[in-house]
Design a protein around this ligand. Structure first.
Ligand code: NAD
Length: 394
């Protein structure tokens, strides 16, 4: 029998994305799957129900959607611990869930999904190998976040970004510093450049220098030994406290000259490093803006309050959460394409679904299977942290 894929409406407060857009439903249909979408699941992202029906998806109630073999979500239980509880009773053993789920921190929720007997694939754990590039949802969402962060900064700044030479005089360009030049940071650099700012970029991984420069920005060199700062997955390694202290000291002079600081520094599975202390922020000129894209991981600035805008001595510090959801149409389109590529990996020619744990992509993303937590890193964390204390935190 053809596999069924269910797409529930997202229930996390403020979440506007949808896991599969109509075009992907059609593509999956052609592969023999039958897609069931909860009524108005795509409405907030700009994909009305009619578009789903015209692309061959069936619209249904939430409880019907949850009867599907596979559930495609943006935020599964670990990334939606409160509202997501309501769906636990709708799950059934043998079912597969694909979505973001904060697998390395939401350990209670990992255990809960194992208990429910579902196979849970966490999109955050997608390995950064060439074969999985089309499934890399973190990069897709970071691209949107980096772009949006610059727009927020441009709106909050009492200046404009570009240099203008007008009859009323010359306007000097805004100075923007981007801390952390991963996917979000590079997109922030590109966007700030397009708006005409003078942009500097910094990252603990010196390998990004070329990428920063190719976008027309200047790479900030700090006199500090980073040693091996990159892991084999291309992510930054956690550095010691002494490193971070020295980094802050050296960044102080760079930061004080900026109009805008966009910080995106993150280390997977860890709290974001503090790169901007209160004292450093206070050195900025009044009116300057910090957009802390790392707010979801606690933030790179000491003054950040996740989800809030703080004005401290004339400096505005934004701690936006869920930036990708603020451009829900394209965020959904990209996420949907990532999920569809991932599903294609497991859909067989006869339209059924097979979890092949010998495949690296499957193994690295599979958190729970057959009533057990099967992911090695998650199990390690569960061993060292009693599940009851781990909480659903990020
Ligand atoms: P991320 O969101 O985990 O981190 C953002 C950035 O913060 C990273 O560039 C990291 O080096 C930087 N950072 C961490 N600590 C810092 C500190 N103390 N000071 C300054 N910067 C710090 O990472 P990401 O953006 O998701 O990805 C990082 C990199 O992984 C990418 O730039 C790319 O090179 C690589 N990547 C590879 C693939 C692939 O091969 N398929 C896919 C995506 C990304």
């Amino acid at each position: 029998m053809a596999v069924t894929i269910g797409v529930p409406r997202e229930t996390f407060p403020g979440e506007r994305r949808v896991a599969l857009v109509p075009r992907s439903c059609e593509a999956l249909g052609k592969l023999g799957a039958s897609v069931i979408v909860e009524q108005s699941a795509g409405a907030e992202a700009g994909f009305p129900d009619e578009q789903y029906s015209s692309r061959g998806a069936r619209l249904a109630s939430r409880s019907e959607v949850f009867q599907a073999d596979i559930i495609a979500q943006v935020r599964s239980l670990g990334a939606n611990p409160e509202a997501g509880r309501a769906d636990i009773s709708l799950l059934h053993p043998g079912q597969t869930i694909i979505g973001f789920g904060e697998p390395l921190t939401a350990l209670d929720q990992d255990s809960e999904l194992a208990k429910a007997g579902v196979s849970f694939f966490a999109m955050e754990l997608m390995p950064r190998i060439t074969r999985a590039q089309s499934m890399d949802a973190l990069s897709s969402m970071a691209t949107i976040a980096g772009y949006k962060a610059v727009l927020l900064a441009a709106t909050a700044l009492p200046k404009i970004f570009p240099m203008l030479m007008t009859a009323a005089g010359t306007v000097t360009p805004a100075r923007v510093l981007v801390l952390g030049a991963g996917v979000a940071g590079l997109q922030a650099i590109a966007t700030a450049r397009r708006l005409g700012a003078v942009v500097h970029g910094y990252d603990v991984r010196s390998a990004v220098r070329e990428q920063i420069e190719s976008l027309g920005a200047k790479f900030v060199v700090l006199d500090i030994d980073t040693g091996p700062s990159e892991d084999k997955g291309g992510y930054a390694k956690a550095m010691g406290e002494e490193f971070y202290r020295r980094q802050r000291e050296l960044l102080t002079n760079v930061i004080r000259e900026q109009d805008v600081v966009i910080s995106t520094a993150a280390v997977p599975g860890k709290k974001a490093p503090i790169l901007i202390t209160t004292e450093m922020a206070e050195a900025l000129a009044p009116g300057s803006v910090i957009v802390d894209v790392a707010a979801e991981r606690g933030g790179n600035c000491e003054l950040t309050r996740p989800g809030e805008t703080v004005v401290h001595q004339g400096i505005t510090i934004l701690g936006p959460l869920n930036l990708a959801s603020s451009a829900p149409y394209h965020a959904s389109q990209m996420y949907s394409s990532n999920v569809t590529s991932f599903l294609k990996l497991m859909l067989t020619k006869d339209g059924s679904f097979k979890i092949n744990r010998d495949d690296e992509i499957v193994r690295e993303t599979l958190v729970t299977f057959g009533n057990e937590v099967v992911h090695a890193r998650v199990n390690e964390l569960l061993g060292s942290t009693p599940a009851t204390q781990a909480g659903g935190g990020r």
